[in-house]
Design a protein around this ligand. Structure first.
Ligand code: MG
Length: 382
């Protein structure tokens, strides 16, 4: 075990893609897992609980929690439920770190609670910073809680910045371009959820995979980076890099550029958030430079991917606009996956919500959740 890294963690969203890989990393590094939380995947949660013997398991769905209590009756693992259970997992006293890998706005409250409990946050829930970045970063500073990014790009930026944060000129945020790179607006009009769910480089949950297809994911990541690294949106440039080997770069005052490279494998950024400031052997394979494809970089196509343009504009608006955009997008992606709207229906829903819903400056957490609810309501009615 590393002296300065995480020793005991809570995993919020343990049954999703990031959560499962976090547990692999913990097994490899000998990190204790004290709490597991998920929405409803009882079977997998039971298997994880038997393997890691946490003291607390939380299931968001009440019915699923009742089922899990029966399944784990022969153990002394406590089963909690609902929003309260998720927060309990986030602030569990014995854990020094909370890995926040739940998807969506549901991550906001437990993340704030973990910050107030002075936990190290390994942040994999980008929606938290997108909808409440200023507030969350202010709380983190006030409580001395470290927020370490798990998103591969932000982990890369964090690793590149090192001790030279004052001298950052620009962040070069790389994007794979998703499954629809190079396609025209005309070609994209009729794409199906099945086509959107086939990502060339990364295997991720359905929501983030669709976000990657619309490139809204890169827009959310611009906002995430703004807050994590205190840079204005103008100082973040998106570069399409199809190979997903350069995970992002930082340009400094003297025009030197530092990049972080590795094969696309989320276990590396997850592990770095847990071992920081140290490093350890990992499950990520080595980069093989002589057999690597040529590394290419290009500007994104904002005509075919208007969600990215919309997010770039929204990033410049303080207040609740980013929360509205995030929630409208989450709701619209749900409709797209259920075949209720087309691919560009996602953009139209989000743009409509931003037009219709008023922006509140300097919002409280309640204002943010109200904006979130109003955006979902707008999208479900439109
Ligand atoms: Mg990412």
């Amino acid at each position: 075990m590393l002296e300065n890294g995480s020793k005991n963690i809570s995993v919020l969203g343990s049954t999703g893609s990031i959560g499962r890989q976090t547990l692999e990393v913990c097994e490899k590094l000998g990190i204790r897992v004290s709490a597991l939380a998920a929405r409803s995947s009882v079977k997998l949660l039971e298997a994880q609980a038997r393997r890691f013997s946490p003291s607390l398991v939380s299931v968001f769905d009440e019915k699923a929690a009742a089922d899990l209590r029966v399944r784990l009756a022969d153990t002394d693992i406590r089963v909690a439920s609902g929003e309260g259970g998720l927060t309990e997992a986030a602030v569990l006293p014995e854990a020094d770190t909370a890995v926040t890998a739940v998807v969506g706005t549901v991550g906001l409250k437990p993340t704030l609670a973990a910050i107030k409990a002075k936990k190290r946050i390994a942040l994999a829930n980008k929606e938290t910073l997108v909808c409440a970045g200023s507030l969350v970063m202010a709380e983190a500073r006030a409580n001395g809680a470290e927020i370490l990014p798990v998103d591969s790009e932000h982990s890369a930026i964090f690793q590149c910045i090192g001790a030279a944060r004052r001298h950052v000129k620009r962040i070069l945020l790389t994007a794979s371009g998703g499954p629809f790179f190079g396609k025209s607006r005309e070609e994209l009009r009729s794409v199906t959820p099945e086509m959107a769910l086939k990502h060339p480089n990364w295997s991720m949950g359905p929501k983030v995979t669709v976000d990657s297809a619309t490139m809204m994911n890169k827009g959310l990541e611009i906002i995430e980076a703004m807050h994590l690294f205190s840079v204005p949106p103008e100082a973040i440039r998106v570069l399409v890099h199809r190979q997903s080997i350069v995970h992002s770069m930082v340009e400094f005052a003297d025009n030197a550029v530092i990049a972080q490279l590795a094969p696309p494998d989320m276990r590396l950024p997850i592990q770095y958030a847990l071992t920081y400031p140290e490093r350890a052997e990992s499950l990520c394979p080595e980069a093989d430079f002589s057999s690597m494809p040529p590394l290419t970089f290009a500007d994104p196509d904002l005509e075919s991917f208007p969600c990215l343009r919309l997010a770039m504009e929204t990033a410049k608006r303080p207040g609740t606009a980013c929360a509205v955009m995030n929630a409208a997008n989450e709701a619209a992606v749900g409709l797209f996956l259920r075949g209720r709207i087309g691919f560009y229906g996602i953009y139209e829903s989000v743009a409509g919500a931003l037009d219709r819903i008023e922006n509140t400056a300097s919002p409280t957490p309640e204002d943010i959740l109200a904006a979130d609810a109003a955006a979902r309501e707008y999208v479900s009615r439109a």
